[in-house]
Design a protein around this ligand. Structure first.
Ligand code: ATP
Ligand code: MG
Length: 402
């Protein structure tokens, strides 16, 4: 019977981590891999200290690989054939699984973690290569082979692999705590969300909506963006904050040039309250230095002044083209550029202040009872669960979380 790839072998990511960290990293990764692949019920999982194995049974290897490529903490993975750690079986499995009818160049790269295995790596290489040469038209090319036949011999099993797929890198989501990301409908904040998750931080999202100035389309677009980034984490909750009254109060009480700065300060106050209630350790945004008039260091100072919660800006030093490239890579770009108005776009002043002064912010804010309005925003939040593959992300389940 011909062998087929029946396993996936997973190599861990940034494992310079030592001791306890390493164990919790692997435990979290194992849980995340299982969650990501829960729609493939036949899979069987095995965890070891330096590798993870998935027994495919009858599941579709390509689909499983595609899902796996979005799980952070994996450096690479390979489709593999599993055999007994026995030379005859290994050779046979190679002959059965490699496309020997086609003309190829190859090299064999064996590694044994079981040092009691009777052959050393070089001998394994030679025996397998000899068998391939005898049974095919393949030629050896050590420098740049078409097929690299990788063989790993462990105490209880051997694995034969021919290709290595890139993992998502980073740390398993969850090992780095939890953060609230301010998710607008733009290009930058979905990328910021991705980068937070890549560092192992579990995220929840906050979206500020200003109906009727912003449309349902604008909100649906944000939900779609959340759905697009959700495979990296499993599921994402989006907290939708009704922001209209607070925004109108800002426009009634402050000079127009300060409106964006004040709006951002209010957003941070609300985000900080939601973050605390949801046990998050930080807030993240898609701000980038100099990108627009309101994203200067002075502006960031004025914004940071309202909370002691760490404000993380993952794309702060990236060029717009770099952010756009990343958004294309993760698949959010096409949705981000849909032309639905954001609450900021609608209320954007003609000449926003580029160097806001904190004392001036405070003076404007003292003119109205913003605390009450902030509390009302928090009270009226609607939290919506978004899952990968949802056909209609605007229809996510709502839960009362505050
Ligand atoms: P983006 O592409 O992320 O929208 P942007 O360049 O349009 O960014 P701004 O609109 O100035 O930048 O917003 C800066 C950041 O503030 C956003 O990246 C996001 O984190 C946050 N933000 C802005 N508007 C909203 C909103 N309506 N809801 C939630 N967060 C928002
Ligand atoms: Mg925006």
């Amino acid at each position: 019977m011909a062998y087929r790839y029946d396993h996936i072998l997973i190599r861990y990511g940034e494992l310079s981590l030592k001791g306890k960290n390493r164990n919790s990293f692997i435990k979290q990764l194992f849980a995340n891999v299982k969650t990501a692949l829960k729609s493939f019920p036949a899979l069987e999982f095995e965890r070891q200290h330096d590798r993870m194995y998935i027994y495919l049974h009858e599941e579709d290897a390509a689909k499983v690989s595609d899902t796996l490529s979005r799980v952070f903490g994996i450096s690479s993975f390979s489709l593999a054939v599993k055999t007994k750690p026995d030379m005859d079986e290994i050779v046979q499995a190679c002959l059965d699984s490699l496309p020997l009818q086609e003309e190829k160049t190859f090299k064999v790269a064996a590694r044994r973690s079981d040092k009691t295995f009777p052959l050393i790596s070089d001998q394994i290489n030679r025996q397998v290569a000899t068998a391939i040469l005898k049974n095919s038209v393949w030629k050896v090319n050590v420098k740049d082979p078409d097929v690299k036949v990788v063989i790993e011999v462990h105490q209880d099993a051997a694995y034969i692999m021919t290709n290595k797929m890139a993992g998502a890198g980073g740390y398993p989501v969850g090992v780095g705590g939890k953060a609230m990301v301010l998710l607008s409908g733009g290009i930058d904040s979905p990328v910021a969300s991705y980068l937070m998750m890549k560092r192992g931080v579990h995220i929840e999202c906050i979206h500020f909506a200003a109906p009727p100035y912003t449309s349902q389309n604008a909100q649906d677009k944000v939900m779609k963006l959340a759905e697009l980034i959700s495979p990296y984490q499993g599921e994402i909750v989006v907290h939708v904050v009704p922001f209209t009254d607070l925004q109108l109060a800002i426009y009634q009480n402050a000079d127009e040039s300060y409106a964006i700065t004040l709006m951002r300060r209010m957003m941070m106050r609300i985000a900080a309250k939601l973050a605390e209630r949801r046990h998050c350790q930080a807030i993240a945004t898609g701000e980038s230095i100099g990108q627009v008039a309101s994203q200067t260091l002075e502006s960031m100072q004025a914004i940071n002044a309202v909370t002691t919660m760490p404000l993380i800006r993952p794309v702060v030093c990236m060029d717009k083209v770099e952010i756009i490239d990343l958004s294309k890579k993760i698949g959010t770009y096409d949705t981000s550029i849909l032309p639905f108005e954001d609450c900021c776009t609608i209320f954007t002043p003609k000449n926003p202040v580029t160097k806001p002064r904190i004392d001036k912010c405070e003076r404007y804010e003292s003119r109205f009872d913003w605390e009450k309005l902030v509390d009302r925003c928090v009270d009226d939040v609607r939290s919506i669960w978004i899952h990968p593959g949802m056909t209609d992300p605007s229809d996510g389940d709502e839960e009362d979380l505050f």
